[in-house]
Structures are given as C-alpha cells and as structure tokens.
Write a protein that binds this ligand. Structure first.
Ligand code: B1M
Length: 213
C-alpha cells in the first residue's frame, strides 16, 4: 500500500505528469483518501524536490516540470477536495504576494477553503498590495489570505497590511498568512490575525477567526 504512495512521489520527483495522474487515479480506486494521496504522495514527492533543489542536485527547469506533475495530480483531486455539503461560510480572497511566483500551496489552500464552504476569489501570483486592497473593496471578503514562499517576498505581507490600513480597510477583514518561511511569530509581528502551516489548518484557522468553531 505504502508502495503506491512512494510511486506517486517518485513519479512527481521525475516530473512524469501523466504517470502522476494515472497513479493518483489508481490510488483513489484502491481506496486511498484524497488527503492521503495529497500528503503522502504528492506533497512528499515535492518535499524531496525541494530538498534536492536546495542542495543543488535539481535546478529550476526540473523543479518546474515537477510542479507541472504536481498540478496534474492536484487536478484529479480537486473535485474531491472541493466537494462540499455546506456553503455560504463567506468569501475568502487569496493571492501569492508580489515578486513571488509559487502557487502550488496557495492553490491547495484555495481548494480546501472552497471544500469547506467558502466562496474563493483567487488573485493569482505576484499580487501587488493595491490588487489585494482593490479585492477587499470589491469582494468584501470575510478573510484575506496571503501566501509567500520566499524569505525575500514574505515582507510584502506587511506592505499589504499597511496599504490596507492606509485605505481605511484593515478592520473590515481578517488576515490569514502562510507559506514555507512564514511563522506564527512573523504573523504576530506584522499584525496578521492568523497563521497556518498547511492547507487543512488554514481552514481550521479561518473558521476560528470567524467564530465558527
Ligand atoms: Co522555488 N524556492 N524558487 N520554485 N521552490 C523554494 C520555496 C525554496 C525553499 C527551494 C529551496 O531552496 N529548497 C527556495 C526559497 C528559499 C528561501 O527563500 N528561503 C526557492 C527559490 C530560491 C526559488 C527561486 C529564487 C529559484 C531561482 O530562480 N534561483 C525562484 C523564485 C521565483 C519567484 O517566485 N520569483 C523559484 C522558482 C520556483 C519554480 C517556479 C521553479 C517552482 C514554483 C512552481 C509553482 O509554484 N507553480 C518552485 C518550487 C516548486 C519550489 C519548491 C521546490 C516547492 C514549493 C511547493 O510547491 N511546495 C520549494 C521548496 C519547498 O518548499 N520545500 C521552493 C509544495 C506546496 C504544497 O507546499 O507551497 O509550502 P507550500 O504550501 C503549503 C504551506 O506552506 C501552506 O499550505 C500549503 C499546503 O499545505 N501554505 C499556506 C502556503 N500558503 C499558505 C497560505 C495560508 C496558509 C497556509 O494562508 C493564507
């Protein structure tokens, strides 16, 4: 059983998108839950990619191909993760901050929030503070989410919060932050309302911020 999860991780590491898709389908047929496939197959594979990228064994082109394979698996899981009995928890706006092109984690958070019953507005990657502010004005969300994967871009989260303050909109929305370099301490320091280390806990945190649990 564990072998299949390893095969998914391995195929993802090798950037074999079609094989990742095929193995993801097979795992579902064999009774693995979407969460298990995500965590023990796809994310496990991407963690290995990250480690070898850091150690200079893999380079940007290989990582891009692995990211493409990850998305092939996520596409199959998406309808299952976003399937929801409840709806109307509110609106969740999310974006990856300015200068940052990483979107896999953001997409996962968006999917899980949608699955939990939020209406999700996804601003994409490389989102400037003004675009976050504009989205708060036009969508009036209950929660604004920001994702950052680089130590050099996480500082943009503070800028967004400052820009919201300048626009007089900071108190209209709860702010949730996350991404690999982000911590609870950093969230507190910049005046965010919440931090979550992964997509499932982002949902829990969002509900907690709205007094729904
Ligand atoms: Co980049 N990259 N990358 N990369 N990349 C990292 C982040 C890095 C840690 C790799 C490494 O050195 N080990 C490193 C950052 C070092 C640092 O700043 N400390 C790095 C670097 C250096 C770079 C470049 C600068 C490389 C270069 O060009 N020389 C460059 C920057 C480009 C840019 O953004 N301007 C770059 C580029 C890329 C690719 C484009 C090739 C590709 C991204 C493709 C894409 O996203 N479409 C890529 C990838 C894939 C990675 C790694 C390998 C994997 C990231 C990922 O998708 N993880 C990554 C290494 C790593 O993280 N281990 C790395 C899987 C995903 C499910 O996890 O995104 O962490 P994650 O999301 C999690 C949580 O963090 C959390 O929940 C998610 C799900 O559980 N979360 C939230 C995320 N957002 C949240 C928001 C929330 C709450 C929780 O609330 C709103």
């Amino acid at each position: 059983m564990e072998a299949l999860m390893n095969e998914i991780a391995e195929a993802l590491y090798n950037g074999e998108a079609e094989r990742v898709a095929e193995l993801t389908r097979r795992a579902l047929e064999e009774g693995f839950s979407p969460e298990e496939i995500l965590n023990r197959g796809l994310i496990a594979g991407m963690e290995r990619v990250g480690k070898d990228f850091r150690d200079g064994i893999l380079f940007v082109p290989e990582v891009l191909i692995a990211a493409h394979a990850m998305k092939a698996g996520m596409q199959i899981l998406r309808p299952l993760l976003t399937e929801s009995a409840i709806s109307g928890l509110g609106t969740f706006v999310i974006g990856t901050v300015k200068g940052d092109l990483h979107d896999i984690g953001k997409n996962l958070v968006a999917m899980m929030m949608e699955g939990a019953g939020f209406k999700v507005v996804d601003l994409g990657v490389d989102t400037p503070p003004e675009k976050f502010v504009e989205a708060v004005k036009s969508h009036n969300p209950q929660i604004l989410g920001m994702s950052a994967l680089l130590t050099t871009t996480m500082v943009e989260m503070r800028r967004v919060i400052e820009t919201l303050k300048e626009a007089g909109l900071r108190d209209r929305v709860r702010i949730l932050v996350g991404g690999a370099p982000v911590t609870q301490e950093y969230a507190d320091e910049i005046g965010a309302d919440g931090y979550a280390p992964n997509a499932s806990l982002a949902v829990e945190k969002a509900k907690e911020l709205l007094g729904l649990k």
